[in-house]
Design a protein around this ligand. Structure first.
Ligand code: ATP
Ligand code: MG
Length: 879
């Protein structure tokens, strides 16, 4: 079976068992503060298990793009070194939400593996949770009883809490799991060592392929467990490992999932995968073939490489790949981006989003590669300096903090530092490096530390009703609340059964406002979405009693602030359509942020937006504002219908089956959007760009203001002009007046330079007149009166051109700061031990300063000008 057929067979099988097949969620996790990237199939269904929201079906199956490079699951360092852990992989999964449980999950898994995929029964092992008395959870008898007649007792392994008990997080749903492992070793090896003894032992051919999780408990904040009212099934099977098993390969990389990419790499590098005795070349090919998937799909789903958070994780993966190519495959020119087309073709029918953005992804990666190759170069230079200075000291270790600085500041990978060091007979101080790393981790953990209590549930509620599209005030009830300690202090998180507060989403900030409960008014400073909940945040103190006793809440948003936010959101839509008209239809949204003051928008575009183009865009937007187009809002439109109508969806956004359409003239602006908008465009008033620039390769950012803010901006500019006119005594032509001023200044500058030069020539003549002639050299040691430290250099160099065999030591007091320079003719340096750098360091002591330079010219600065005379006297003694 090909990998395509294997994937399809999985989906078909579960469809035949009554499952709804859904698309993969984007790789980048949104609206989940605990996750950067989706790292398992269940991540997109978390809300359903937490009881916030209802799944579209009680049986679901899919293939989910997962990324395990940060947080709880981080396999990055293993990738490439082993043959079955990836950064990005597909997790095939089936779910039951309060429907079937262990019996069906186990029998179906077995049926699929043995009857559809025809995997050999005698090569499979299963694990069952052994129980944990400390935790008060029993042995999973039910799973054991189900597996026993299927595989036989001797193929069941008991697993401990670490391997066989799954928990969503510190709190929340959890339960025992049952894993299926397969032994893919060659026949001859089977007789030597039993497969059972190799399960869970990091053997590359005895691997876990499927994990069946049975959710039946909930973990509370005090770490006690209570049974869940409804039990669920959550399974995850590694697609690439399954392909290895079905295709009878010894490594994931030998399957058709990776062979195309590896083929291209072989051509690019001229090396053969697996066919050489360079183990690191094989590792490098695996690293690269793996990483291109993670990087391409992350960019496709909206996560561009950057210097912070998730973007930094992607940048590091990209750099790891480029670096392996550089060090072990001899690929020292950009190559990584050349793998994108292969991947885009391979996945064009599975994850279509990559093919659709192939060119964009390729260019982003190319730019990143170029900049990293430059980084590598400067890192290499820096490393040279460090190694040489250690050599001078007779040490052959590179200190831990230097290694850390190289990686942290220069982005220079640690293993590369170690490798280069080794080549030069050096080693790195690994312990010191780890210490520096831990120190940094500790700092960032402290920064992020947040501590939350359990939710205190006050009322039952079927999810949250958001009424903010139609109302600015609602009559509501408190459903639950909790207290959260943050760096800034304590905050309350309050959930209502219905609310007019918009929670930060799709770039639009959360609403602020007040909650009035039984005579007390609580200030809400922000509203955030956590999973499917709308969380109202208050920093008011001592709210417990008021919240617990409230039998009724009036929730009111700050309507004036909301009005400005709405204007900015609608303006963003008008701007995007205008950009597509002016710059082209390739303009795609790459990020958006808007509040009551400003709108910021990132988009894919490869050159600077010119002033001319910005003006054109502004003109169209303002014309649309004056047209006063009425909002056409349509809710609950089936997604396919919306797309057929021509709505633009943003890649990397997860849309439900039903979407909301925001239309301002169907021929102009037609967007899928959950945000709030003005009823007609006239309310925006005025639209004005304030900046345009680059964010990263291929992505530009504009900022703009609307309404009152735009007016304010105009006023400020007007005031600046008035001030300028006043300063220039109200000239008739202001621009001309400023130009004149600049011209005059340039002319004066020239005059001053000429005068200074003249003076320098006088000084020079005086110095030559007072020169002492020694047997083998000419000596000038003098204090001079010059305007800048640079003049010492100029004097020395000009003197050198006029006098042979010259040594010049000059001192000057420049506005209270003593300066020294030492010049020694190159031939003297070559013939004697004299070194200007060393001499100036010695002399600098007299002026309480320091300096250095090259053997033939060096300078020093100090803090005690009274020491100049003695410094010069000391210089005379030297020669
Ligand atoms: P392992 O112990 O092999 O790392 P795991 O216990 O982390 O696996 P789960 O979290 O149970 O795995 O994930 C479910 C399935 O996903 C696994 O059975 C495996 O087939 C697959 N899987 C997990 N991590 C990876 C990875 N990094 N690359 C490829 N497949 C993976
Ligand atoms: Mg793992």
């Amino acid at each position: 079976m090909t990998s395509h057929q294997i994937r399809q067979a999985f989906l078909d099988f579960f469809r035949s068992k009554g499952h709804l097949i859904v698309p993969s969620a984007p790789l980048v996790a949104k609206n989940d503060p605990t996750l950067m990237f989706n790292n398992s199939g269940m991540a997109q269904f978390k809300d359903f298990f937490l009881g916030n929201g209802t799944p579209p079906s009680i049986r679901i199956a899919d293939t989910q793009k997962c990324l395990r490079v940060s947080g709880k699951h981080n396999d990055l360092e293993d990738v490439g070194f082993d043959t079955y852990h990836h950064t990005m992989f597909e997790m095939l999964g089936n779910w039951s939400f309060g429907d079937y449980f262990k019996k069906e999950a186990i029998t179906w898994a077995w049926e699929l593996l043995t009857e559809v995929y025809k995997l050999p029964k005698e090569r499979m092992y299963v694990s069952v949770f052994e129980g944990d008395s400390k935790d008060g959870v029993p042995f999973d008898q039910e799973a054991w009883d189900l597996w026993k007649p299927i595989v036989g007792e001797d193929r069941i392994i008991l697993g401990n809490k670490k391997d066989n008990f799954w928990e969503m997080g510190d709190t929340g749903p959890c339960g025992p799991c049952s894993e299926i492992h397969i032994d893919l070793r060659p026949e001859a090896d089977l007789a030597l060592v039993s497969g059972k003894s190799l399960v869970n032992n990091d053997h590359p051919q005895v691997v876990e392929i499927w994990n069946l999780v049975f959710m039946q408990f909930e973990r509370k904040a005090d770490s006690s467990l209570i049974p869940l009212p409804a039990t669920h099934v959550d399974t995850g099977m590694g697609f690439e490992r399954l392909c290895m098993a079905v295709q009878s390969k010894m490594s994931n990389y030998d399957t058709d999932v990776f062979q195309n990419t590896i083929g291209v790499l072989e051509t690019l590098s001229g090396k053969v995968y697996g066919g050489n005795d360079e183990p690191f070349a094989d590792i490098a090919m695996r690293v690269i073939a793996d990483h291109i998937r993670a990087v391409s799909f992350a960019i496709t789903d909206g996560q561009l490489p950057s210097n912070v958070k998730a973007g930094y994780v992607i940048r590091r993966i990209l750099r790891r790949a480029v670096r392996y190519g550089y060090s072990y495959l001899g690929l020292q020119e950009p190559f990584f981006h050349k793998l994108v087309p292969v991947l885009a073709d391979q996945f064009k029918d599975v994850f279509t989003e990559l093919k659709a953005q192939e060119e964009f992804v390729t260019r982003v990666i190319l730019e990143e590669e170029k900049s990293f190759l430059r980084t590598l170069e400067s890192g290499l230079k820096r490393l040279d300096v460090i190694i040489n200075s250690q050599k001078d000291k007779g040490v052959n270790t590179i200190a831990g903090d230097e290694v850390f600085e190289l990686s942290d500041t220069f982005g220079f990978p640690v293993d590369l530092t170690a490798l280069i060091a080794r080549e030069k007979g050096f080693q790195i101080d690994e312990t010191g490096f780890q210490a520096a790393l831990q120190e940094q981790k500790k700092r960032s953990r402290q920064d992020a530390a947040k501590e939350a209590t359990d939710w205190i549930e006050l009322r039952e509620s079927e999810g949250v009703e958001f009424l903010g599209y139609d109302f600015e005030e609602t009559h509501s009830n408190v459903v639950k609340y909790r207290k959260v300690k943050t760096k800034a202090g304590e905050e309350y998180h309050i959930v209502l059964d219905r609310t007019p507060f918009y929670a930060e989403m799709g770039g639009q900030v959360g609403d602020t406002g007040v909650l009035e409960l039984n005579g007390r008014t609580i200030a809400i400073s922000d509203t955030k979405k956590e999973n499917d909940l709308f969380v109202h945040i208050s920093t008011d103190k001592n709210l417990d009693e008021a919240l617990q006793q409230a039998d009724h809440v009036v929730a009111k948003i700050d309507t004036q602030r909301r009005a400005k936010i709405k204007a900015n959101h609608t303006a963003t839509h008008l701007m995007l359509s205008s950009m597509r008209e002016v710059l082209g239809t390739h303009i795609g949204q790459k990020g958006s942020y808007l509040n009551d003051e400003v709108l910021r928008f990132d988009f894919s575009h490869f050159s600077k937006v010119t002033d001319e183009e910005l003006k054109k865009i502004e003109d169209i937007v303002n014309a649309k504002i004056r047209e006063n187009i009425t909002l056409d809002e349509r809710r609950n439109v089936p997604i396919q219908q919306a797309l057929d109508l021509g709505a633009t969806a943003t890649f990397g956004e997860k849309y439900g089956d039903f979407v909301r359409l925001i239309i301002f003239d169907p021929k102009f602006s037609f967007e899928l959007c959950g945000g709030t908008h003005v009823p007609s465009t006239g309310e925006i008033g005025l639209f004005k760009f304030t900046s345009e620039g680059s964010v990263s390769a291929g992505v530009r950012r504009v900022e703009a203001v609307t309404g009152e803010k735009a007016l304010e901006l105009m006023r400020q500019q007007e005031e600046t002009l008035t001030k300028l006119k006043e300063l220039l005594k109200s000239p008739t032509d202001l621009i001309k007046a400023v130009e004149n001023l600049v011209e005059e200044r340039n002319a004066l500058q020239k005059k001053i330079s000429a005068l200074e030069n003249e003076k320098l020539q006088d000084i020079k003549a005086g110095l030559i007149a007072g020169m002492e002639k020694h047997k083998t050299f000419n000596l000038i040691v003098e204090k001079v009166n010059v305007p800048a430290a640079d003049s010492l250099k100029q004097l020395s160099y000009e003197l050198k051109d006029q006098v042979e065999n010259l040594i010049v030591v000059l001192g000057a007091d420049i506005a209270g700061k003593p300066q020294l320079s030492v010049f020694i003719a190159e031939n003297i340096v070559l013939e004697t031990e004299l070194n200007a750098g060393k001499i100036v360091k010695e002399l600098a002591k007299e002026i309480r300063g320091g300096g250095g330079g090259q053997p033939f010219f060096a300078t020093a600065g100090g803090s005690d000008a009274t020491g100049l005379e003695s410094a010069l006297a000391k210089a005379k003694e030297q020669f």
